[in-house]
Design a protein around this ligand. Structure first.
Ligand SMILES: [Cu+2]
Length: 124
């Protein structure tokens, strides 16, 4: 015979099995180049962000700032023509230092997500 606790656990498990699909549908950052938290030896010409879902170009952006908060974007972010889940932005030449990436995207399911991370240029 099931205890109350076991019945409660069964309901929680059922809820977990039912709810993940809409969560997975959001566009979260899958990986990036330079990678999240990484140190790269030389200034990257382009930042690539790969998301878990295709993006709406008009409402998706990324800003890279240096230690003083100044943007080092070289032009606007763009969706890769061959991959609607990839956002890229050209970067100005980056001196040694720490850089902050802030992204905000609208996925094709109309949900917005945002996040930030940093990477370093120069000797780690
Ligand atoms: Cu969503």
């Amino acid at each position: 015979m099931m205890t109350t606790r076991a019945i409660a656990a069964a309901f929680v498990l059922a809820a977990l099995l039912i709810t993940p699909a809409p969560l997975w549908a959001h566009a979260f950052l899958d990986h990036s180049d330079p990678a999240v938290g990484s140190t790269v030896p030389a200034s990257p010409a382009v930042l690539h962000l790969w998301f878990t879902q295709e993006l709406e170009p008009a409402f998706s952006w990324v800003t890279v700032t240096d230690g003083s908060g100044a943007s080092v974007n070289d032009g606007n972010a763009a969706i890769d023509p061959s991959n609607p889940a990839e956002l890229t932005v050209k970067l100005k030449p980056l001196p040694t230092g720490s850089y902050t990436v802030k992204w905000h995207v609208l996925s094709v399911d109309t949900h917005t997500t945002e996040g930030d991370f940093s990477f370093q240029v120069g000797k780690g």
